[in-house]
Design a protein around this ligand. Sequence first.
Ligand SMILES: Cc1cc2nc3c(=O)[nH]c(=O)nc-3n(C[C@H](O)[C@H](O)[C@H](O)COP(=O)(O)OP(=O)(O)OC[C@H]3O[C@@H](n4cnc5c(N)ncnc54)[C@H](O)[C@@H]3O)c2cc1C
Length: 493
Amino acid sequence: MTEVLIVGAGPAGLLLAGELRLAGVDTVVVERHAQRPGYCRGFNLNARALDLLARRGLAERLIAEGRQVPHAAFSGLPVTLTLAGTHTDHPYSLGIPQTRVEEILEAHALDLGADIRRGHELRTLEQDSESVTATVTTGDGEYRVRAAYLVGCDGGRSTVRKQAGIDFPGTEATRFFLLGDVELADPEALPFGATTGPGGSVFVIPRPGYVRVITSDRQPPADKDTPVTLDLLQTAVDDALGRHIELRAARWLTRYGNAARQAAQYVRGRVILAGDAAHIHPPAGAIGVNVALDDAFNLGWKLAATVHGTAPAHLLDSYHTERHTAGARVLANTRAQVLLGDADDRLGPIADLLTRVAGHPEGNRAFAETITGLDTRYEMRPDSDHPWLGRLAPDLALTTGDGPTRLAGLLSSGRGLLLDLTAGSAIRESAAGWADRVDIVTATCPDHPELHAVLLRPDGHTAWLRAAGHEHADGLHQALQHWHGPAAPSDVP
Ligand SMILES: Cc1cc2nc3c(=O)[nH]c(=O)nc-3n(C[C@H](O)[C@H](O)[C@H](O)COP(=O)(O)OP(=O)(O)OC[C@H]3O[C@@H](n4cnc5c(N)ncnc54)[C@H](O)[C@@H]3O)c2cc1C
C-alpha cells in the first residue's frame, strides 16, 4: 500500500516524488533500470524550468555547474532569439547534462523520504473507484502494489498509458534519425553543425571527450526495434556524405523520429500521466526535460491536496486542462520548426514573414517566450488583466520580520503563499481560514509599491492580486476557495 505510486525515475518522476514528499504524501517510485544509464539524452534546462526549480531551492546548484547561453533558436528561421528582456528570473538556457539534473532531483526526493526502487518494472495495472493495483516485476519475482493514485512518468512508450487505455493521437514521423555518441578517428574530418553531402546531411554536436553524430532519413527503418549498431550508423554517415568518415568507440547508439503525439487524457480516474508519457514531440528546441519538469511541478501540489482530501473537486482535472493546453502548444511549435526546417520551397514566404516578425524586439521576445514556455499563463478565478495573473510571479526582493528575503525562497515549503504588503491586518484576517494550507506572510516590496497583496499557488503562479490600478481585482476568498477548497470549519463565521 502506498498513497502514490510513480512509474519511472526520469526527470518527471523524480521531481514529482520530491513534490509529493514535500507535502507529506507516501510515495513509491518504481524504475525498471537497475542503474542510471551510462549515456545522457538532454543537455539543457531552459529559463522556465530554472524559474520553477528555483521555487524549491533546486536551481542554484545546477546554475553553479552549468554554462549560461543567453539566446535560443527557432529551427528553420535564420534569427537569434535573445532571452534578455523575457519574463524570467533566468534569461538564459543552462547547459547541464540531464543525468546531473536527475541526480540532484533524486537526491532531493530521497532526502524527503521517497522510496525509490530501481530494477522494478511495472507490468500491469487495474483501477477501481478506490485505488489502483499494479503488478511490478523485479529480478527476484513479482509483487503487487495498491495505491490511491498511480502516475505514469514512464516515457514516450508508456506502459501506464497503454494499460490505462488512454489514446495517444497525433502525427506520424516524417524524419527518422540515427544517433551515435562516438569518436571521430580524425577529429578534423567533420566540423560541428550540419554537413550536407550528395545523399543527405549529418549533424555533429561537440560533447566532452566525444561527439554526438546524428543522421536523418525520410525513409522509416525496415524494423524500428532492431538495435542500432556502429556499422549501421557508419553506413548512414558515409551514404549521406558520399565519403568515408571513420567513427569509433560508440558510447550510445539509438534511433528516434519526429512524431508528435499527445495523450487524450492526462487524468483517467486514478491514473495520471506526466512528461513524455503524456506527450512526444519533434526534438526541435531541446525541450522535453523542461516540459516534463513543468508537468510534474503542476501536478505535485494538486495530487497531494487530492490525496489529503483538501482539494476542491476540480483541482486534479485542472492538471489536465492546464498542462494539456501547454503540451499542445509545445507540439504545435516544435512541428512548426520541423516544417520550416524541412526546406520546402512552398514555405519560403512564411519563413520570410516570420523572420521579419522575429526581427522586431517584441516579435523576437514572443518567439523566445513561446519556445521556452515562459508565456505559460493559466486561467485564474477571478480573472483580471494584470500581467502577472496566471503567470509565475517574478522573484521579488522582499523584507519580512525576519529580514530581507526573496519570493522564491518563501515558496520552498511547497505551500500556497499569501503576501500581505499592506502592513495591515485585514488580508491576514480575511485568509485566516486557509492558514493550514497557505502561508500568510507580511512583507514590504520596495520595487513594487503599487502591490497590496499577492496570492501564489504552491507552484508559484499568481492566483490573485490587489494592486493600485487593479482595485477591481478583488475576490481573495474566491481564489483561495478555488485552489485550496473551503476555509477550515473553525474559521467559518
Ligand atoms: C537523443 C535525445 C536528446 C534529447 N535532448 C534533449 C535536450 O537537450 N533537452 C531536453 O529538454 N530534452 C531532450 N530530450 C528529451 C528528454 O530526454 C525527455 O523528454 C525526458 O527525458 C522526458 O522525461 P520523463 O521523465 O518524462 O521520461 P524519461 O526520462 O523517458 O523517463 C522515463 C523512465 O521510466 C522508466 N520506465 C519506463 N517504463 C517503465 C516501467 N514499465 N516500469 C518502470 N519504469 C519504467 C524508464 O526506464 C525511464 O527511466 C532528448 C531526447 C533524446 C532521445
